[in-house]
Ligand binder design. Structure first.
Ligand code: APR
Ligand code: PHB
Length: 391
């Protein structure tokens, strides 16, 4: 097989990149280990930044976001006896949308199917070859068990944090930065109407908690738990009791509505960045190049921002032989990646119990500052609602 761009991974980065390339007249083939059903059912993120929605709208892919998504003008920051709204729209004129990644994944899947995009689901043994030549290739075993090779002008690793693309950049040619947090998130989906109109990020002596949502009838909630927590140790009752304690601000007049939990999992928290995001004719985008803790709601939006930068670079390179944007891709993408990595670290370390009483006082001071200072709140709003693409 032969194509212009071989994309490894049919997550948000891979599918959106294939769509953007097609818009620019560049053909691609997407290679994915999982089935389409699996990829579209993975419970993941739920917040689309302003820029992400603008990009989807420009592609005609935003209809369901506006029909079924939920625009939010801000979030609540909370600590005992205090709950403060941070008004993104009022502070920076940008907002976010609550729209599950599963829904975006479905929208992208339909768009690619409609566009006749070749996507090979259920592959295995993926390997990348000759990336420092002008004819790189990807070998794999297809879902029927046949050995396949696809030759391309460019290979893009959109294969997340466990795919083969990262390792295709030789150790001597790459730098990596990693920070592991000493806690995880226990996440639940529950068939119950959210008890809040906008997300609540709650600092609490027992640990962080967050109230998010997926729709008017589905809530998404998180609890800080120790790293390595076994989900079996957390019964539904224990989860709801902890959520009610940590999300209750103690002023009275607010209660958390419990309901049937339909999914629960423990999510480890770490930061990871790799540079450069290019090696020869191999490019990396999305989780393949970076991982952020979910506290800043940046993972999905960073993947979108990467491919929004990479697509025009590949269109210029393969369509016009102009490699300027391709040369600049890694450095430009890493500016935003480090900005989002810092913001995600800042939100995480401001809100999660470390067990150090000195930390706790610094955290409370930061929270009081953000809630009372327009300058500080604007800084949070600017980062959370998202910087323009190409920042
Ligand atoms: N061969 C083919 N596909 C692979 C391989 C492989 N060897 N390894 C991984 N994949 C696929 C995975 O099955 C997955 O569908 O690559 C895809 C990577 O998708 P994501 O992990 O969703 O990463 P990305 O598209 O960058 O989107 C980032 O997804 O993981 C969340 O929190 C993250 O919200 C963020 C978003
Ligand atoms: C979610 O709704 O899943 C969500 C929202 C905000 C975050 C992380 C996750 O910071």
């Amino acid at each position: 097989m032969r194509t212009q761009v071989a994309i490894i991974g049919a997550g948000p980065a891979g599918l959106l990149l294939s769509h953007l390339l097609a818009e620019g007249g560049i053909e691609s083939v997407v290679l994915e280990t999982r089935t389409r059903e699996y990829v579209e059912s993975r419970i993941r993120a739920g917040i689309l930044e302003h820029s992400t929605v603008e990009l989807l709208d420009s592609l005609g892919l935003g209809k369901r976001v506006h029909a079924e998504g939920d625009p939010h003008n801000g979030i609540y920051l909370q600590w005992p006896q205090e709950r403060h709204h941070i008004d993104f729209a009022g502070l920076v004129g940008r907002r976010v949308w609550v729209y599950g990644q599963t829904e975006l994944q479905r929208d992208l899947g339909v768009a690619r199917e409609t566009g006749g995009q070749p996507i090979h689901y259920g592959i295995s043994d993926t390997a990348v070859h000759e990336v420092v030549t002008e004819h790189p290739s990807v070998t794999f075993t297809d879902s029927a068990g046949r050995a396949q090779r696809i030759t391309a002008d460019v290979v893009v690793g959109c294969d997340g944090s466990f795919g083969p693309s990262r390792a295709a950049v030789p150790e001597h040619a790459r730098s990596t930065w990693e920070h592991t947090y000493p806690y995880s998130w226990l996440g639940v989906l529950a068939d119950v109407a959210p008890s809040t109109d906008e997300l609540i990020y709650a600092w609490h002596p027992d640990g962080f908690a967050m109230h998010s949502m997926r729709s008017a009838s589905v809530s998404r909630l998180y609890l800080q738990v120790p790293a390595g927590t076994d989900i079996a140790d957390w019964s539904d009752d224990r989860i709801w009791t902890a959520l009610a304690t940590r999300l209750g601000h103690g002023q009275g007049g607010w209660t958390l509505n419990p309901g049937p939990i339909t999914e629960k999992s423990v999510l480890p928290m770490r930061s990871f960045v790799m540079a450069p995001l290019r090696h020869g004719r191999l490019f990396l985008a999305g989780d393949a190049g970076h991982i952020v803790p979910p506290t800043g709601a940046k993972g999905l939006n960073l993947a979108v921002a990467d491919v929004a930068l990479l697509a025009p670079a590949l269109i210029a390179l393969l369509g016009e032989g102009d490699d300027r944007l391709a040369e600049e891709y890694s450095e430009t993408a890493l500016r935003r990646i480090w900005r989002c990595t810092h913001f995600s670290w800042w939100m995480t370390t401001m809100l999660h119990q470390s067990g150090d009483p000195f930390d706790a006082q610094l955290q409370l001071s930061q929270l009081r500052w953000v809630a009372s200072s327009t300058a500080a709140a604007t800084g949070l709003a600017e980062n959370y609602a998202g910087l323009p693409i190409g920042f």
